[in-house]
Design a protein around this ligand. Structure first.
Ligand SMILES: [Zn+2]
Length: 551
């Protein structure tokens, strides 16, 4: 404390009027003013977001649409004057998949349209097909034995109806001051231990189930959305591994429509659906690409400050809040710095990741290739679990010592309310100093907690400081996360402008400070790593040790 005080005193004494010092951390307030001016008066963030969502559309990893988005972001960054804009390949990822058409009608007891979307990497119906709805349980081998020979041509509803109670949560939410104060208090997170056996069994049963459904010639599988109000939350199913059984067409239906059909079945009515799903698998390019570009540094050009977000999305909406928002903000942050003619000391590198939704695959591959590598898992179980390079001895590459910090944005459209230190206590006073001139924008909370679920973990996992911001939840959890309503209209312009200013400020501060960003000790092998969501299409994203955000 005393040392800080002394340094702070010296810093204040030696600085001009445009600089403030909090502890020993200096912030160029003149530059903060210029960043704010460019970010609020001349913002392009919504133009970028519109291109990514309305014009380019959904960006599922492996799809031609995502490759187009890679090319567009590369060109856009280059047109703003960034250097070395390129696509960095990784993979092989597996098969691509594009949804072209879906229509689902109930045709008996009478005709009416229904809201449903297919899971990615499941096949289309090959034209208009009709089938009777049955509701059966397919949870274990006993269920499969019981249903053998009975399901040919059927549309199988596998879940019970969802009980929809009166909504008890606001659809759109911002952090209250009390909640931010709570978040700033450290909490020992109690993470449920990962059950390796259970995970393996579930993943193997899914494979067996797909083979069973295909052999039984089941027409389609339907499950209810876990959101309501017509919002369909749908991710992947089937398989993206070439040659692997995909199972039948698999749909997620609006909960209200799903429930209605289950009630008709309970009334002993015969329910028939007409389905037309057109989906294409792509097998020509099994690689995936991260978009990368730079603002070259000056006296510390060999050191890096990185920022990014993931470019890939799910397919039923246009991936607006997850995560065109983060990409548009990160791109806007570097556009602002370029527009101001900033000459950073360290090189600023933006990376727009892909494969995030399948388990942070693009950022992990980038880190493995360029930053620090771990051996491929030898154990077949580990490979099946998708423990791709999160454990095993770490071999740092030269870049490992040169990346000062990585800043990520991936919690929706909400403005930045602060930042997680990822339990790096040395980050706390630095972030507090950086946030001071941004407090009036609502960004003021620093928490020593960790947050998970997105690409900063790929850096944090190898001992490079990787951070994710605290963002207002907005309607991420209630309406947009992985849903058909994750579209442009759900983006909040003022929030995204604010986030762009904060991100530009953080990246600038990190690029200009004298020393590299302080690090935590190198990670030791975790005995129970969290599995990659890619290991099973039914798996949920890696559990986050912190309460709110989702990737
Ligand atoms: Zn995301």
């Amino acid at each position: 404390m005393r040392r800080w005080f002394a340094l702070s005193f010296l810093a204040l004494a030696s600085l001009g009027p445009l600089r403030a010092a909090s502890h020993e951390e200096e912030v160029d307030l003149g530059m903060m003013t210029r960043i704010r001016e460019e970010g609020f008066a001349n913002s392009k963030v919504m133009d970028t977001a519109e291109q990514l969502t309305d014009v380019l559309g959904p960006r599922l990893t492996g799809s031609p649409k995502l490759k187009e988005a890679n090319e567009w972001t590369k060109s856009q960054l280059a047109s703003w004057g960034l250097a070395n804009a390129h696509l960095d390949p990784w993979g092989p990822f597996g098969r691509g998949w594009t949804l072209e058409h879906v229509s689902v009608d109930m045709v008996a007891p009478f005709r009416t349209p229904l809201i449903a979307f297919p899971k990615a990497w499941t096949p289309g119906t090959g034209g208009v097909v009709k089938g009777k709805v049955v509701r059966v349980s397919l949870k274990d081998q006993d269920d499969l034995d019981k249903q053998k020979g009975k399901l040919a041509g059927a549309i199988v509803f596998v879940n019970p109806p969802r009980i929809l109670t009166a909504p008890d949560k606001a659809l759109f939410k911002r952090y209250s001051e009390d909640e931010l104060t709570d978040l700033a208090h450290f909490e020992v997170s109690e993470r449920a231990p990962f059950n390796r056996e259970e995970f393996l069994q579930r993943s193997r049963f899914q494979k067996k189930l797909r083979a069973f459904l295909a052999a039984e010639k089941v027409l389609a599988l339907v499950e209810p959305s876990d959101r309501d109000g017509g919002v369909v939350r749908v991710m992947g199913g089937g398989s993206r591994v070439a040659g692997e059984e995909t199972g039948p067409t698999s749909l997620v239906m609006a909960a209200e429509h799903y429930n209605r059909i289950t009630r008709l079945l309970d009334e002993k009515k015969e329910v028939e659906l007409e389905l037309d799903v057109q989906a294409t698998f792509h097998d020509t390019d099994t690689m995936a690409y991260n978009t990368v570009a730079e603002i070259p540094g000056t006296d510390k050009a060999d050191e890096l400050v990185m920022l990014g977000a993931h470019l890939d999305s799910w397919h039923s909406g246009t991936g607006a809040t997850d995560n065109a928002a983060g990409c548009a903000v990160a791109m806007e942050a570097v556009r602002i710095l370029k527009a101001l003619g900033v000459k950073p000391r360290r090189t600023i590198r933006i990376a727009l990741w892909t494969g995030e939704e399948q388990g942070l695959l693009g950022s992990r591959a980038y880190v493995q290739e360029h930053v620090a590598s771990r051996p491929e898992p030898k154990d077949a179980d580990e490979r099946e679990l998708g423990f791709t390079r999160t454990r095993g001895p770490l071999t740092p590459k030269p870049a490992h010592a040169k990346i000062s910090a990585y800043f990520n944005l991936d919690n929706g459209t909400g403005k930045v309310r602060g930042v997680y230190t990822q339990r790096n206590a040395a980050a706390l006073p630095i972030f507090k100093a950086w946030l001071e001139p941004l407090q009036d924008l609502g960004a003021e909370t620093v928490t020593n907690r960790s947050t998970g679920g997105t690409d900063h973990l790929s850096f944090d996992n190898v001992g490079v400081p990787g951070f994710q911001f605290i963002q207002d939840q907005a309607d991420y959890g209630t309406r947009t996360h992985h849903t058909n309503m994750d579209v442009y209209d759900r983006l909040q312009k003022d929030d995204l402008m604010q986030a762009s200013v904060v991100m530009a400020a953080f990246v600038y501060d990190a690029a200009m400070r004298d020393a590299m960003f302080p690090r935590k000790p190198m990670p030791v092998d975790r005995p129970e790593p969290s599995p990659s969501p890619s290991a099973s299409p039914e798996a949920s994203p890696s559990p986050s040790p912190s309460p709110s955000p989702r990737d």
